[in-house]
Design a protein around this ligand. Structure first.
Ligand code: SAH
Length: 396
């Protein structure tokens, strides 16, 4: 018998708007003894069926909804249907941007809470982030094999959020072959080597693709500083766009080595690029002391705020690096700046840039806005899916 969750009166409203989360405080009573990740039926207080989802007894988000359709069972067919729907959008984007790597499943935003799947050529890289996702592991793998018979499947569930769900970290081959050292993907005519096993996340930051492409129009003939470059990212696009010089900075030497290799495999003029192993916070201060100036500064730091309690500190961090970036820009320079902290909304980020401008004693105009790439879609029922934001700032 499927366990039943009855909601506190009034708590059904967000579900009727097809929002996929039920918080622990929204639950009135549980009938049955659902286990970690087990599929449960959700009812309003009067007993009307609302949704079917996965039970996460250790998480504040107690249920994540799989379906709002009473006739839909959570089986291989369910996952096949979700995968096919997501693939249809990616087919459009792959044709539009020349992609051989993209996010195939963006969790809640693609109707599969707790599951992300990135595709790099014929490698599918999965992250199972919730108890529900973990419980469906075998079913999901079967569905993936059915939809992608020629693909290898690899797991990179080495993410801290699994702890909140009572799950251990897991990585390794789920089907097919171990990934080679690099799988080479292409986006917007740029080749990128992706280290699936050892790279950050699933290997690459696919979510910045649209912003990388947008940056190309600002760099021709310019001296560009690419902060937090990872495996090249914006720096590769800067070379594609004809930058006269690109200084790429990161603290990870393997990432910098791959960045250089990526410049080479594209046939870009590597002599115009530098790959600097340094802490951005320190290096920018040194540049300021030395009076070193750039035409374009790209600022794409890692997530500074993992939880609400870290938000104040994160604001300080964002303000500091953006102030420093403005101070080392020539008059009339361009700052391309981003925040991937979901807890920081667009308005707050804009305010931080404004504060940085005051401290830097520079006049700043916002001339373009960015968000996560289109293969990380924003579902209308799930606004939390918006996390990556950015601005092109003209710094007078
Ligand atoms: N812009 C990249 C993604 C950046 S991810 C792209 O388009 O692909 C963030 C990067 O910041 C990681 O590579 C990490 O190694 C690096 N990093 C984290 N803290 C840093 C610091 N203090 N100084 C320099 N790099 C840092």
């Amino acid at each position: 018998m499927t366990a039943s969750i009855y909601l506190v009166k009034g708590r059904e409203k967000s579900l009727r708007r097809r929002h996929p989360w039920i918080f622990s405080r929204g639950i009135d009573r549980v009938e049955g003894k659902p286990e970690l990740g087990e599929t449960v039926d959700v009812y309003d207080n009067k007993g009307e069926w609302l949704a079917r989802g996965a039970y996460s007894p250790q998480s504040q988000i107690r249920v994540r909804v799989w379906t709002f359709n009473k006739n839909e069972a959570i089986d291989v067919n369910f996952f096949v249907n979700r995968l096919n729907a997501a693939q249809s959008l990616r087919d459009i984007l792959a044709a539009r941007d020349g992609l051989t790597g993209y996010r195939l499943i963006a969790a809640e935003s693609d109707g599969l809470p707790g599951i992300t799947i990135d595709r790099y050529q014929n490698y599918l890289v999965c992250q199972l982030l919730s108890a529900g996702a973990e419980a469906q592991r075998e079913v999901l793998i079967e569905a993936l094999q059915q939809c992608y018979p020629s693909c290898n499947i690899y797991e990179r569930s080495d993410v801290s959020v699994r702890k909140k769900e009572g799950l251990k970290q897991r990585t390794g081959v789920l089907h097919g072959e171990e990934p080679p050292k690099f799988v080479t993907i292409e986006e917007n005519g740029v080749k990128i080597n992706v280290d699936i096993v050892g790279g950050h996340k699933t290997g690459f930051y696919l979510d910045q693709r649209d912003s990388r492409e947008a940056s190309v129009k600002y760099v021709n003939g310019k001296r560009v500083l690419n902060c937090f470059c990872y495996t090249g990212g914006f720096g590769l696009y800067a070379l594609k766009g004809g930058a006269s010089e690109v200084v790429n900075v990161d603290v990870s030497q393997p990432a910098l080595d791959t960045a250089q290799l990526n410049a080479e495999i594209n046939g870009y003029p590597v002599e115009n690029a530098q790959f600097v192993n340094a802490d951005v916070f320190k290096l920018l201060r040194e540049y300021r002391e030395r009076g070193e100036l750039f035409d374009v500064v790209i600022m794409d730091p890692p997530k500074f705020a993992e939880s609400k309690s870290q938000l104040v500190g994160a604001c300080r961090g964002y303000k500091d690096i953006n102030m420093l970036a403005m101070q080392i820009l020539k008059p009339g320079g361009m700052l391309l700046t981003y925040s991937c902290s979901g807890l920081m909304d667009n308005g707050l980020f804009q305010k931080i840039i404004a504060d940085a401008a005051i401290d830097a004693h520079r006049d700043v105009q916002f001339i373009e806005r960015f968000s996560q790439a289109a293969d990380h879609p924003l579902d209308s029922a799930y606004p939390e899916g918006f996390y990556l934001k950015g601005f092109a700032c003209y710094v007078k």
